[in-house]
Each structure stands twice: as C-alpha cells, then as structure tokens.
Write a protein that binds this ligand. Sequence first.
Ligand SMILES: CCCCCCCC/C=C\CCCCCCCC(=O)OC[C@H](COP(=O)(O)O[C@@H]1[C@H](O)[C@H](OP(=O)(O)O)[C@@H](O)[C@H](O)[C@H]1O)OC(=O)CCCCCCC/C=C\CCCCCCCC
Ligand SMILES: Nc1ccn([C@@H]2O[C@H](COP(=O)(O)O)[C@@H](O)[C@H]2O)c(=O)n1
Ligand code: MG
Ligand code: MG
Length: 223
Amino acid sequence: MLNKYARAFFTRVLTPFAAFLLRRGVSPDAVTLIGTAGVVAGALVFYPRGQFFWGTVVITCFVFSDLVDGNMARQMGRSSRWGAFLDSTLDRVADGALFGGLAMWYAGSGDDLTLCAVTIFCLASGQVVSYTKARGEAIGLPVNVNGLVERSERLVITLVLCGLAGFHRTFGVPGIQWLLPIALWVVAVGSLITLIQRVVTVRRESAEADAAALEQAGQGSGA
Ligand SMILES: CCCCCCCC/C=C\CCCCCCCC(=O)OC[C@H](COP(=O)(O)O[C@@H]1[C@H](O)[C@H](OP(=O)(O)O)[C@@H](O)[C@H](O)[C@H]1O)OC(=O)CCCCCCC/C=C\CCCCCCCC
Ligand SMILES: Nc1ccn([C@@H]2O[C@H](COP(=O)(O)O)[C@@H](O)[C@H]2O)c(=O)n1
Ligand SMILES: [Mg+2]
Ligand SMILES: [Mg+2]
C-alpha cells in the first residue's frame, strides 16, 4: 500500500537530494552500501541496550537511502541488474539487523522470551515474504500480489512505534512502552497473512502456467 501511494510523494521530495549527490560524484551503489551500514549500526549499537529512541533516530536518518539509491540510478538512466540485486540483498541485511537488535534486547536485559520469539518470527517471516516473490519471479511467474504488509509497512510500523516507545525509556514519558510489543505483534501477524497471500498466488500462477505449457505441448504434438 505504502509502496503504491507514498512512493510518488517521496520520489518528488527526494529527487533534488538525489540530484545533488549525483552532482557531487556519489554513486547509487555507494548510497546503498552506506545506507545499509547506517541502519545496521543504529540497530545493533542501540537496540540491544534498549535505547529505542536513539536507535530509531539513527536508523531513520539512513533508511531513506533505500529510496534515494534507485532514484539516483533512474536519474542517471542506469538502473542496473547489479543495482537491483545489491539493493534487495542489502535490504535483507538491514532487516536482519533491525529485528536482530530488538531480539537481542528481549533475550537480554528486556528479559521477555515471548517477545524475543515474536521478534525472531518478524525477522524470519519478513525474509521469507520477500523470498516468495523473488523465487516466484525467478521461476518465470508474474507473482501479481504484494500482500497486506510489504517491507515498507514492516519498517514504518516498527520504526514509528519503536521510536515512540523510546520516549518512555529515554525521557520517562509514561504508558507508551507497550507500543513496541504492539508493533511486533502487528508485524508478525501481518507478515504471516502476507506470506499466505503470496504462497497462494504462486500456487495458482504455477498451476496456470503448467496447464498452459501442457496445452501448448499437446497442440505441438498434434500438429
Ligand atoms: C525520532 C523518534 C520519534 C518517533 C517517531 C518515529 C520516527 C520514525 C518514523 C518513520 C521512519 C520510517 C521510515 C521508513 C521508510 C522506509 C522506506 C523504505 O525503505 O522503503 C523501501 C522501499 C524500497 O522499495 P524496493 O522496491 O527497493 O524494495 C523491495 C521490497 O523491500 C521488497 O519487499 P517485500 O515486498 O518482499 O516485503 C523486497 O522483496 C525487494 O527485494 C525490495 O527490492 O520503498 C518503498 O516501498 C516506497 C514507499 C516508502 C514509504 C515510506 C513511508 C514513510 C512514512 C512515514 C515517514 C515519516 C517520516 C517521519 C520522519 C521523522 C524523523 C524524525
Ligand atoms: N545501487 C542501486 C540501487 C538501485 N538501483 C535500481 O533501482 C531499483 C530500486 O529502486 P528503489 O527506488 O526501490 O531504490 C532497483 O531495482 C535497480 O533497478 C540501482 O540500479 N542501483
Ligand atoms: Mg533502493
Ligand atoms: Mg531496497
């Protein structure tokens, strides 16, 4: 949903910045790499210590690089296969660090095994959701479904609620610490639904493609 409706807005907002970076000789790949490094550092330095506010501030500063790199590549007229591969692969690394950092908190001082398990489920299910699309497309299917909770939704829900929950621990604002557990449960359930939506679509599309191939083979042998 966000990919559909918010992308156009952020493209307009970020295009001048992307053009500025290009004029300074920065490459899209450099933005992809530095953005991922910033997200990983923010998540693994701050989240395991329960510093949700500062972790979210650092991650937010870097996560938009994922919109800037593609924008730069398109402005250059050089959207490459390598760039697409690098972008998607490093997305998986960033997501691993984000949910991994939160899981480390719950496994350590956060001391909540249930939320640790929910966070690990968010990590694993998010990776599998993305894999279903990549693998479906690799076997030649259109995979015409995005599903309820794409990566941008997973990030926005987690970062917004995690950042707000951080106000509790950093500034002592009472009563909002439960926003992070809510975000994790919502992302976990949403990812599961999305996974089911994508698997069902790939199953239908592969049955249709196999039937069409069989019919074509039958016509070929009959002619
Ligand atoms: C300061 C603390 C106070 C607390 C307040 C909260 C602060 C934090 C607020 C918001 C931060 C959220 C920002 C999240 C932005 C995420 C943008 C992003 O990374 O989008 C990535 C995506 C790129 O698309 P791709 O095609 O490259 O990605 C593909 C996708 O990942 C596929 O995933 P799948 O579908 O399978 O799940 C992969 O399969 C594929 O491999 C991969 O290539 O871009 C979009 O999707 C476009 C939409 C972006 C929408 C961004 C909305 C941001 C909304 C609110 C921002 C609010 C800003 C507030 C700033 C506050 C600053 C202090
Ligand atoms: N280093 C890069 C990063 C991305 N691309 C191209 O952009 C597409 C992704 O666009 P986003 O707006 O979602 O970032 C990607 O599929 C590549 O075509 C690139 O070339 N080099
Ligand atoms: Mg990108
Ligand atoms: Mg990306």
